[in-house]
Structure formats: C-alpha cells, structure tokens
Design a binder for this molecule. Sequence first.
Ligand SMILES: NC(=O)c1ccc[n+]([C@@H]2O[C@H](COP(=O)([O-])OP(=O)(O)OC[C@H]3O[C@@H](n4cnc5c(N)ncnc54)[C@H](OP(=O)(O)O)[C@@H]3O)[C@@H](O)[C@H]2O)c1
Length: 351
Amino acid sequence: MTVAAFIDREHVMSLPAHSTHQLTPDLRICRILNGMWQVSGAHGRIDPTAAVRNMFDYLDAGFTTWDLADHYGPAEDFIGEFRRQLMAARGKEALAGMQAFTKWVPRPGRMTRRIVEDNIARSLRRMDVEALDLLQFHWWEYDDPGYLDALAFLAQLRDEGKIKHLALTNFDTAHLQTITDHGIRVVSNQVQYSLIDLRPEVHMVPFCQEHDIGLLTYGTVCGGLLSEKYLNQPEPGYRVLNTASLQKYKQMIDAWGGWRLFQELLQVLKQIAEKYNVSIASVAVRAILDRPAVAGVIVGVRLGVADHRVKNARVFDFSLDADDQARLQAVLDKARDLYRLIGDCGDEYRR
Ligand SMILES: NC(=O)c1ccc[n+]([C@@H]2O[C@H](COP(=O)([O-])OP(=O)(O)OC[C@H]3O[C@@H](n4cnc5c(N)ncnc54)[C@H](OP(=O)(O)O)[C@@H]3O)[C@@H](O)[C@H]2O)c1
C-alpha cells in the first residue's frame, strides 16, 4: 500500500507553536512524540520503504520527535535511513529539525566502560549520528547496583559529546532519588501514564517537579483501546487484540477495574470529545499532557500501516475545563488503586 493511499493529505496541517516544549535549554521537542516500538515486529508487518517515507509526513506535520530503543527491531536503522534521505533531499540543515531519543536496555551483568561505550557506539552507527540527542537508560534488577556504574560511564560519554542528554526509562522514584543523590543529572524519565494508570502521581510527579525532570509518557492511549473503536463494544478476547501494545494495556484495564468500568470511561471521554469536536484519543492525551511534570506524550505509530496524525494534531486545539475534569474524576474514583496493586512506575517490569 502506498503512503498516499491511507493518508488524507489535504487535511494534514502543521502543528501550532504551543505543541512544542523546551525540555532543556538546547532541546526543543514536540509534545506528542512518535513511538517506534510499533515497528519492532510485535505489532504487525512493517514495510521499511513505506515506513521511512511516512516519517517525512510526520516531520512535515510538526511531529518532529521520535522515541525508539536499541531493541525495537529496525527502529534505529529507520532513523539512520530517514536522516540520510532527509539530508539528500533537503540538505544537512534539515537534520536539525528532528530529534531522535533512543534507549539502552542492557541485559543484567557487570557494567564496564567498554560495554557501555560499545553499545552506545552501536546506536550511533545505526542512527547515523555523531551524538545521541537523548539516551534513555533502563535497568532490570535493582538488587544489582551495576546501574550506577552504567550511568556513571554514560555520564562520561555525555561529557565527551557522544550523548547530548542522559535520561531514564521505567525507574521508580526511590531509585531516581538514588541516582540524583549520586550527582548524576538526568533530564527525563519515561513511564507509563494514562487515565487508566495514574501511578506516577503518587511519588514520581512531585519528585520530578522538585528536581526539574520531565516525564515522557507511554500507554497514554492504551495501544488504541482509548478510542471510538472500542466504545460500546463487547470485551475483546486476547486473540482479537492483534498488537503487543493492545494486549499489554488490556491487562492493565483488567487490573484497573475491568471492561464495564472502561466502557463508562469511554462514554465520558466521548461526551467530552464531542464537546470539542475531537476524538477520544485526543482527550485521553490532553488529560495527561496537562498534568504537572509531563513534558510529552508518546503515541505509537505503525509507520506505513495506520496514520492518526490528523486526529492527534487536534490535541493542541482545545483544553479540558473543570467540568470535564470532574466528570472524568467521577469515573476514575471507581477504579482500583494501581499503585497499591502494582507499585511505583516500572515495577510491572520487575515483579
Ligand atoms: N519505556 C517503555 O518501557 C515503553 C513501553 C511501551 C511503549 N513505549 C514507547 O511508547 C510508544 C507508544 O507505545 P504504546 O504501547 O504505549 O502504544 P500507544 O501509544 O498507547 O498506542 C499506539 C496505538 O494507538 C493507536 N492510536 C494512536 N492514535 C490514535 C487515535 N487518534 N485514534 C485511535 N487509535 C489511535 C494506534 O493503533 P493502530 O496502529 O492499530 O491504528 C497506535 O498504533 C512506543 O512506541 C514506545 O516508543 C515505551
């Protein structure tokens, strides 16, 4: 399928200036980041040529910021190919208009300067950059203090110019505190944060506000479950949920309060969406974008397969009023407390 076949180009618009956020003095991002886990293979087949072509459409609409990882299949290679095509078509200066944030998710084990350096060199090569815009570090085992060694080496690489900004993903508040206590400066932490999963508000948000750390959120549209597609629908079985993302967040909804309560939430979201002539997903994103410490919301993109750019651009056209917030809160008050059930941010990866 060609890109043009599934995008209504006439309706693609540039995002307004308030769609951006100054994450650091030298790093401006789009507040809706394009998530590339969706090209990893766990969300259906992706055609590399169509995917890279589709990346131009995102960039041109103002969705300039990409979130990826070393283990998201070809994501880092797509960034490299996109950069080469962008430079060939528009010159080197055009590269300054995009930001690509990767992650390093090492297997547990001893961390040496050599191991850290080799892994960062691999991402630099694949993405075809001289320095990573932002490197988000993940760690599986808190019992293994090697994360502090890894972060110290990453900070050295940052000071040497290989990494522009150091960041984290899925760290809980206690370990974020340990890291900052060790004098390691991180600019953001990437965590699951949605109307379903409000765990960051217990400890993470206040800590980040106090330490000037931005949150980049994922799961905010629950893999697409927070959309018209699932409104007034019977509970889907896992076989119907055909992406890793849908399956992941359906489990979260089950823990949160189940399908019936989820339908109540979708109905309230729909009423609010109609009030502003936007979609359910846009209200779900807006609701998290406006929370303290949130720098940006990552929305996964199945490049070359499905494109929600036009609808998602509408996030920047409205804001929620007190009545909307109260109606949402009335549903959220009926849900289980995921902090008590699961723990702090990222604990779902460490149970
Ligand atoms: N750090 C981590 O541990 C971690 C974990 C998960 C994700 N992430 C990051 O976050 C990104 C997002 O992943 P996610 O799993 O959280 O997925 P998500 O963003 O909650 O869901 C993405 C899916 O939502 C659907 N969607 C988007 N906009 C829509 C709209 N306006 N209307 C209807 N449906 C819409 C699309 O489904 P269709 O394609 O089916 O249309 C899209 O593929 C990832 O790519 C990755 O960068 C990080």
